[in-house]
Ligand binder design. Structure first.
Ligand code: SF4
Length: 472
């Protein structure tokens, strides 16, 4: 429940007179993938314009700003920082001018050999403007001796390791690419002859675009004035490793991710959980919103009635001012409130998508008992998270993950539940189905598809920006 954060959402559109507004709407529907900053870069065919700010999409853009963004081709980005601090210089799209023109890039994922590449580029004289991994792509493009933008981008991407779904805009072209593992999603749509790219299909739905297919792992699509070309750019042979957590938690349930309905996979996870770990109870309660489809599946499988007896406050920001006097269970209560008239005296099964540190679940169980629950059974629609993610999801360090050092029984005792069960890896794989081998499960198994660098540099640069102090 809200303990893991996605790192970004990206959007692109080619050849629509309303490109800025459609990109704004696309970002609006991808807001759940990043709430720290938002930006749009747009081309009128001869110039690039870019605008980005810290904040939510609706706070960053208004009629006036959108009216200044002229052009038929655009890309956009919403950010949650997993690499580089949360400040304006790290907001995207990252736009630069170099010897061959202007370009802007929007990236979702984590480049795991970023430190090595950046150190090498700095030793060769490159000067960086930001502390985010995406900037190395721009430097590698500038240094490449490829003849065209897509050749230079392909040579840059072939130096990267890790996770990246990318949209890149120049004055004359829009390029979309996905890393050969396919960690993060990227879909292609069509709207009245315009091509659209988005992290999730919910962005296509909002603007009325038709879903065509996914950008394939290792594929680059180059869209120009009169052409659409597809290349398999990667020189590496890798197994596909699409992030299974997109299905468990991150993506919106109304999206199609990696060719599968997120709502359907989540309800199937609940059904398998009901088969693997049934329990005698009076009602099934979801942790809204992400636990709802799995709870419906669990209820369908077990016949235990589904009840929405935990109400979520949808208007809670990332931080809130707390009262001086402690209010019991405040941090959870400000987001979720139980309806004690429904819960009191009942045996409850609570369905959540994951347990990270265990402290939120502990508070929640306590809150349900305070509301009168007779028994509280927790069922988790994913296996225990034993390992950190290095491919674009902000997980705590391994030592902070309660499952990495505690048995399920110990966690059950820690959170104070009458019983605790997780979905098994086999159960999860059976939900994914015949292409289960094309997914990443590293946060459950430790079987990392791509080696990663652990060390992060300690950035010391302090910048004054619009009178405010930003530390890198
Ligand atoms: S480690 Fe987990 S969260 Fe990260 S890409 Fe793999 S499945 Fe997704």
């Amino acid at each position: 429940m809200d303990e893991l954060k996605e790192d970004c959402g990206i959007f692109g559109i080619w050849n629509n007179p309303d490109a800025a507004r459609l990109t704004y709407l696309g970002l609006y529907s991808l807001q759940h993938r990043g709430q720290e900053s938002a930006g749009i870069a747009i081309s009128d065919g001869s110039k690039l314009y870019s605008y980005k700010q810290m904040g939510l999409v609706n706070d960053v853009f208004n009629e006036h700003v959108l009216s200044l963004l002229h052009g038929r081709h655009a890309i956009g980005h919403v950010r949650y920082s997993t690499y580089g601090s949360s400040e304006l210089r790290n907001a995207q799209p990252f736009a630069v001018e170099y010897k061959d023109g202007s370009l802007a890039i929007a990236h979702n994922g984590n480049i795991v050999n970023y430190e090595t590449i950046r150190s090498r580029l700095e030793a060769e004289g490159s000067i960086f403007q930001s502390t985010m991994d995406t900037e190395v792509i721009v430097h590698l493009i500038a240094k490449s001796d490829g003849q065209t933008t897509h050749e230079r981008l392909a040579s840059a991407l072939n130096e990267l390791k890790g996770a990246y779904s990318i949209v890149l805009l120049t004055e004359k072209e829009l390029i979309a690419a996905r890393d050969p593992y396919g960690f993060r999603p990227l879909v292609i749509g069509e709207l009245n002859g315009a091509l659209v790219f988005a992290s999730e299909t919910c962005a296509l739905d909002l603007i009325g675009a038709r879903y065509i297919r996914d950008v394939l792992p290792g594929e680059m699509l180059v869209i120009g004035e009169n052409s659409v070309r597809s290349y398999m750019f990667s020189t590496r042979v890798t197994r596909q490793s699409q992030c299974v957590f997109e299905h468990i938690y991150f993506a919106r349930p109304d999206s199609i991710i990696f060719g599968k309905s997120v709502y359907s996979t989540r309800t199937a996870m609940g059904r398998i959980l009901g088969i693997e770990s049934p329990v005698e109870a009076d009602m099934v309660l979801p942790i809204p919103d992400s636990g709802v489809p799995a709870s419906i599946g669990f209820s369908q499988q077990t016949g235990i009635p589904f009840q929405m007896a935990l109400i979520r406050n949808h208007y809670v920001g990332r931080t809130f001012i707390q009262p001086y006097q402690a209010i019991r269970n405040f941090n959870v209560k400000v987001k979720l409130n139980p309806i004690s008239g429904v819960i009191s005296g009942k045996r409850i099964v609570v369905i959540d998508d994951s347990i990270v540190r265990g402290t939120t679940s502990k508070t929640l169980v306590k809150m349900l008992r305070d509301a009168g629950a007779k028994e509280v059974h927790m069922r988790i629609s994913s296996p225990p998270i034993d390992y950190s993610c290095y491919y674009g999801i902000d997980t705590p360090t391994r030592s902070e993950l309660i499952s990495s050092s505690h048995t399920v029984k110990e966690i059950e005792q820690f959170i104070g539940a009458d019983s605790l069960k997780y979905l098994s890896i086999e159960g999860l794989r059976s939900v994914i189905g015949q292409d289960a081998d094309n997914y990443c499960y590293a946060c459950f198994t430790g079987d990392y598809p791509e080696p990663f660098e652990l060390a992060k540099r300690d950035h010391q640069l302090i910048l004054f920006d619009e009178g405010r102090l930003h530390g890198g």
